[in-house]
Write a new protein. Structure first.
Length: 115
């Protein structure tokens, strides 16, 4: 069932830098009544042999809902849910990117969620 009752889409910007990545986000923040959250995924590549260590550390970062080791182009996917787009930048640039063993991140923010 798709969330059809968005009362507003709010255009939000954040620009956050870290030593490993520069993140620039222009996001439509979904608002359904008084409930307003940003959902998305962070795909992570790790240094060789560090994946299991990294996944346990990033799972504990504020905003992360799940952290899973995956097969494919990336080593880990983190799902997140935060209140503000600035929280995405903080989570990635100051949280995930600061974990020893993380070599690359790619962030995908949901613009419409269905369940």
């Amino acid at each position: 069932m798709c969330h059809q009752n968005y009362s507003a889409l709010v255009n939000t910007e954040a620009h956050v830098k870290s030593k490993k990545a520069e993140v620039y986000l222009l996001v439509d923040k979904m608002k359904c009544g008084d409930y307003e959250l940003i959902h998305g995924y962070v795909f992570i590549n790790t240094e060789k042999g560090r994946t299991l260590d990294v996944v346990t550390k990033v799972a504990k970062i504020k905003g992360a809902k799940t952290a899973c080791v995956i097969a494919g182009t990336f080593d880990i996917v983190v799902t997140f849910e935060v209140k503000d787009v600035k929280d995405v930048g903080e989570m990635v640039a100051r949280g995930i990117d600061s974990v020893d063993g993380v070599s690359l991140t790619q962030t995908a923010i949901c613009v419409k969620c269905c369940s």
